[in-house]
Ligand binder design. Structure first.
Ligand code: ZN
Length: 240
């Protein structure tokens, strides 16, 4: 059985469609969403409806939370706040309710999913080094935990110590724990503009990253046409 783990879609419809087509082609039958379905880009409602119709396990991201609330966005960075303000107007009350009701943490088969970290999921901490990963491992009771949030694909492994492993494909060994960032579908920040997600081959116990090209010019034109901050169109082509 092959499971696609995808998240940080951020309202990028072209990237989401390309990822789902790639997964289908590779024989994926199960899907799991790591959150941040909306925010930044120009197709929040369309992306939300696709993910909702898939009826797959989905956890809440910080942008999902902000977009479904009505509180002030003054403390956020101005570009993200402008995009979220716009996103709120694009979503129906019912769509906002769906986002609001997403859970923070879920267990799926033999793994856990969370948008940021298991130690304080509602604090939206970023995992950028092995010390951040250690804090998560204290609360990780499954073999594997998949997450997102930094938009950078990255793997930390805990054996007798915690270390980062750099590889496009990771063999899951018994006796070790894995904290795997699946990267971002709609706004990668590792310098590669292509949509990123991961496939977990449940029987072979292998996790493989995928990078998928999509019609980025179309996505950028929609961002500009929507009146969103132009830097949001620039950054997706730089993978930043
Ligand atoms: Zn995100």
């Amino acid at each position: 059985m092959r499971i696609a783990l995808f998240g940080d879609i951020h309202a990028n419809l072209e990237a989401l469609e390309a990822v789902l087509a790639d997964a289908t082609e590779l024989g994926v039958t199960e899907y799991v969403c790591l959150g941040d379905v909306v925010g930044y880009n120009a197709d929040p409602a369309a992306c939300l409806e696709i993910v909702r119709a898939m009826n797959c396990p989905t956890v809440k991201g910080n942008h999902d939370e902000e977009a479904s609330g009505t509180h002030s966005l003054d403390t956020m960075n101005p570009v993200a706040a402008a995009a979220l303000e716009w996103t709120r107007q694009q979503l129906s009350e019912e769509q906002r309710q769906w986002l609001m009701r997403l859970r923070m943490v879920r267990q799926v088969m033999d793994f856990t999913i969370v948008h940021s970290t298991l130690d304080q999921p509602a604090n939206w901490n970023y995992v950028t080094n092995r010390f951040d990963a250690m804090a998560n491992f204290s609360y990780q009771f499954t073999h594997i935990c998949f997450h997102g949030h930094t938009h950078v694909p990255r793997v930390f492994v805990k054996t007798d110590k915690v270390q980062e492993v750099v590889a496009d494909s990771i063999a899951i060994e018994p006796g070790a724990k894995y904290f795997i960032n699946v990267g971002s579908v709609g706004q990668p920040r590792d310098g590669d503009w292509r949509a990123c997600y991961a496939i977990y081959d449940f029987d072979a116990k292998v996790v493989t990253y995928r990078r998928v090209e999509y019609d980025i010019a179309k996505t950028q034109a929609k961002i500009i046409a929507a009146g969103l901050p132009p830097m949001l169109a620039e950054r997706i082509s730089e993978g930043r």
